[in-house]
Design a protein around this ligand. Sequence first.
Ligand code: ADP
Ligand code: ZN
Ligand code: ZN
Length: 817
Amino acid sequence: MDFYIDVILPLPLDNLFTYKVNEEEADFLNPGARVAVPFGKTKIYTGIVSKIHNEKPLVYEAKPIEQILDKTSIVTITQLEFWFWVSRYYMCTVGEVMKAALPGAFLLESETLIELDKTFDHDHVSLNDQEYLIVEALQRQSTLKINEIMQLLDRKMVLPLVNSMVAKNILLINQEIFEQYKPRLLRYVKLDERYTKEAEMHKLLDDLSKAPKQREAILTWFQYYGNSKKPVLLKTLSDESGVSASVIKALIDKEVFVEYHLKTDRIQFDLDDVEQTFLLNEWQEKAFNEIQEGLENDEVCLLHGVTSSGKTEIYIKSIEKIIAQGKQVLYLLPEIALTSQLVSRLQAYFGEQVLVYHSKYSINERMEVYTHVLNKSSKARIILGARSSIFLPFQDLGLIVVDEEHETTFKQFDPAPRYNARDAAVVLASIHSGKVILGSATPSLESFYNATHNKYKLVTLDRRFGNVQLPEIEIVDLQEKYKKKKMTGHFSDKLLKEIKLTLEEGEQVILFQNRRGYSPILECTTCGHSPQCPNCDVSLTYHNFSNQLRCHYCGYHMAMQKQCMACGSVDLTTKGFGTEQIETELKALLPDAKIGRMDLDTTRGKHGHQKIISAFEQEAIDVLVGTQMLSKGLDFRKVRLVGIMNADNLLNFPDFRAHERSFQLMLQVAGRAGRTKNRGKVLIQTYNPHHRIVQQVSTGDYLGMFNEQLEDRYQYKYPPFYKLVKFTLKSRDYSKTNEAAEWFSLALKNVFQEHVLGPEFPPVARIRNEYYKNILLKIPPKQSLGKTKAHINKILTSFNSIGNWRAVRVIINVDPY
Ligand code: ADP
Ligand code: ZN
Ligand code: ZN
């Protein structure tokens, strides 16, 4: 009898590949183990065994495998089941799912680049001959391909060796983004205790009469501390006194100043006094009990709790119950970078049992977490992660918490699998017979619909923790303010007044503008020309700080133009405004305030987010201007005022979810105000003060918004009633993209008739010199999903057989929102 295995390869190819094994290998292998297999003429890939069987493939001769890479499987049977579900539901290949699911280090292939780990200590690790050869070669040239290592060692079977060297931290897989997750520390200085006595102080100043710079530093410190009574950053001291950091360092060495650090991801309760002892208040307790009861019958529970109602504490108690049963818990977050506060909170509570998983972690960290989860180690009881963590090898998953479940970051847009981690989490939990808690102050329409139609259990929490009132929300009519000349730049008199008042009382302000850069469009007043990106169909955005025009789609940039590129006129104006302009205007209006900005441009570096969040927490910033990053669950203690600079560009966004999204964004940003004692205030500037959404935000009327939007969705045949599949055709050839899209939509219309919309060019129809065209398919509630997808696949197969359109790619996006 012959033995064969079906192997999943990390490639966008539809079928699994069958390889030949001998009886012994067939016996040894289990589904989920890695094998190295030849592919094409020269390539070697790492694949995952999905099935072991005796059926000879009909159309090709099965090749033998190169080698078995694992003694025990690294992918579980439930994972394989989940992968196949993702591939079926989101219409991608299981190879694409595998690529997204496994840390890159598991998937070495002949083209993978290897380099030396910089931290590797040559003197203290003994290497065998082959390891030595590789290390030596990498000291001469910085990277090697696996292929080249094969030549170097004159053998084919190098993957296990390379794998083990990666595990021993000798080698690194190249092309990975390394981003360690470490709490950042800011440096502060204070005066040594001794000098708090006046006499000592005077003596010190006398002693330093010959060191004027050191003296200056001390006097500045006094002045600064005396005025603000806040911790003094070393950097601030140096800036304010004009004295260099080395002078301050000298004072630290003399023990005049004491240097200390404050953790940037400030744990709001000190680690010492947490000690797992907090109690839920009456309302939290009630919600907690309702959730537990609900989950006895339902698989999914939606916790609708207003901002700052203490949802996190309810999750914590629920998690505690599950890990006490020896099960694993997955805590899904929309974005790790923005949620360091939460990471510390959970780590403070659960300590060693929490691991964080993030696609930007170094390859070793990711492999480590993966292995801990696979082995069900005690370190991996609770996994905190962004969307990709649904692919970890859970053994016994008791609970998935999806925090801020309305966030769009749970959806992966590119590349395939284009999954929504929140929706996939529900399936994943059911495979494990586990439960799901979805939580949000502004649930997605889909989830709330499910919760009000007996699919999910609904639990409501409508009080803030500590009985703080929800912020008072006021609308400012921009049209009227402009007419009455009550505007300074983009600030209404009302907003300015409130900002000043808040700052005078020593509290903080958040200003929200959902656009980065200085102003989106530079326009010539003579001929109307505005500079365009050469690669994309979009105007360039003016960035004042770098004095550049930039494309937000492809990163193209050029120096700011002094003259119109079309007619040479010097009369140029800017249209629209972004965060940078708000920051600039405010600096001119309030020269004494410390103003910070948080958007994609200021948070690029490794710890970009962290730096700004902590500076704001430490009150090194008074007013924080930012984009929607500010809406993501941050918990600041001293924010009294939130200003939404312009509600209209949110509302006018061309998308069927624009109104729902605007409501969520505005209410979430508003929720950053007044989280502790004093009631917060929110001002919304808009040209449409009577817009339903603006009104609903101002009264916090989630139900009103829900009912009205649902009506629209019903009327216009959108989710949650109809399902959507979006097809994007793209190529570098304009007319081919066009023709192909016509053909494709006709083929779809033959089957689905009026439920096919398009083809249509998206608002930005050319990006990086590729042309895009979209087709939308709406699937009515009663139409079978399986049959619909079968039809689509047939059409796709015919399409792919047309040689003329080989260069046109079809991207399928199921639930494209
Ligand atoms: P949400 O996630 O609902 O916006 P949080 O969970 O961030 O709200 O809670 C708001 C604030 O109240 C946090 O600072 C949190 O530490 C505090 N808090 C909530 N519940 C409790 C509790 N039971 N005991 C102590 N502090 C709590
Ligand atoms: Zn011009
Ligand atoms: Zn561009």
